[in-house]
Write a protein that binds this ligand. Structure first.
Ligand SMILES: Cc1ncc(COP(=O)(O)O)c(C=O)c1O
Length: 394
């Protein structure tokens, strides 16, 4: 049977990781793969996570099935964390899912059940996985203007003009915070306008919330999501615990439905659970139990928040150091945007020839579209990196 298949294209990020691993130069720098790294270049297990795991190990009594919606305490804790009291919970439903990706997947499937072949509008550019997840769910993907390659900020007027033309059948995918790949984000005032547009047009907001706490803070990063929810009748949210809890390989996320009322929420949730049952039946528990344990325990939660604050402060410091070094060396403000961006990524807007040159000549690895992971910047070699950027661009 397999003779009918042709080889699928490989994943570009995984290929780049392979190239980096095979590069023998000790001075190589990995700004490619999208995971947080500490000063040692390690993606650490957070101390709050280790403590939660010890507690779980000591107190766990069963490994029986959880149920299709997953860990209930986790679901309630995630809703508190992400939505707080922005919306009446009677019309909100949640199902734990494997990572942000699994959450996006089951929610896209739900959209396709509600409106087969609906159009999902994604930002130009967006996280490359959004397209296949939507298309493999039967949906049509179109883009709305987002990144301004001249200013490396958001083309907000054009974005809003595009959103204003949408209608009730359209789905608008928004990055809740820390836009991937650009690092350029909406201000609170812009979120207010996006929320007003969505309320006016009736387009369905679908918020990808993969980096809560990585931008300006847990509360600050939730602003856009909460604002939108406070004014629209229906919404979808895909939450990920991969980055902010450092639980990448545990595959923990959540699919959240906001419906017009409790009755419609129950119907939509029944479809969502039916989709999950027919796919992987039930989500894995370990990551969810870790998050539940942390969020329900005041001490562990305080420790987690302190660790998250530390990671965020490190990323902001690295942004500031790199843009300051480039400014000093080049006498130009062209790269100040790196300090203005938030989250783990910045899209530098360099041509692919420069990206390739940096890799070949300096051993500096980044994604082909010139997205860098700021957590990969070695703090003691910021000057070397600034020199490499400036000489590659000559
Ligand atoms: C924008 C965005 N959404 C969702 C995800 C999904 O993350 P995960 O499935 O690892 O939780 C990522 C991860 O890179 C992302 O960048």
């Amino acid at each position: 049977m397999f003779e009918t298949l042709s080889k699928a294209p490989g994943d570009k990020i995984l290929a780049l990781m392979g190239e980096y691993a095979a590069d023998p130069r000790p001075t190589k720098i990995d700004l490619g793969v999208g995971v947080y790294k500490d000063e040692q270049g390690v993606t650490p297990i957070m101390s709050s996570v280790k403590k939660a795991e010890q507690k779980i190990l000591a107190q766990g009594k069963t490994k029986t099935y959880l149920g299709i919606a997953g860990n209930k305490g986790y679901g309630a804790a995630v809703l508190d964390l992400a939505l707080a009291d922005s919306i009446d919970r009677s019309r909100v439903r949640i199902a734990q899912a494997p990572g942000g990706t699994g959450s996006l997947w089951v929610l896209m499937q739900l959209v396709n059940r509600a409106k087969p072949g609906a159009t999902v509008w994604v930002s130009d550019p967006t996280w490359p996985n959004h397209n296949p997840i939507a298309e493999n769910s039967g949906l049509v993907v179109k883009t709305y203007p987002y990144f301004d390659t001249a200013t490396r900020g958001v083309k907000f007027d054009q974005m809003l003009a595009a959103l204003d033309t949408m209608g009730p059948g359209d789905v608008v995918l928004l990055h809740g915070c820390c836009h991937n790949p650009t690092g350029a984000n909406l201000t609170n005032a812009q979120w207010d306008q996006v929320a007003a547009s969505l309320a006016r047009t009736g387009a369905l907001p679908f918020i990808d919330l993969a980096y809560l706490g990585f931008g300006d803070g847990l509360l600050e990063d939730a602003y856009g999501t909460r604002k939108v929810l406070s004014v629209v009748p229906e919404a979808l949210i895909a939450f990920s615990g991969s980055k902010n809890f450092g639980l990448y390989r545990e595959r923990v996320g959540a699919a959240i439905i906001v419906a017009r009322d409790a009755a419609q929420a129950d119907v939509a949730q029944s479809q969502l659970l039916n989709i999950i049952r027919g796919a992987y039946s039930q989500p894995p528990d370990h990551g969810a139990e870790i998050i539940r344990t942390i969020l329900e325990d005041a001490e562990l939660r305080a420790e987690w928040e302190a660790e998250l604050n530390m990671m965020r402060a490190r990323m902001i410091r690295l942004r500031e150091k790199l843009s300051a070094a480039i400014r000093t060396k080049s006498n130009s403000a062209d790269f100040d945007f790196i300090a203005d961006h938030r989250g783990m990524f910045s899209l530098l807007g360099l041509p692919n020839s420069v990206v390739e040159h940096l890799k070949a000549t300096n051993g500096v690895y980044m994604i082909g579209d010139s997205r860098i992971n700021v957590a990969g910047i070695p703090e003691d070699r910021v000057d070397d990196l600034a020199d490499a950027f400036l000489s590659a661009m000559k």
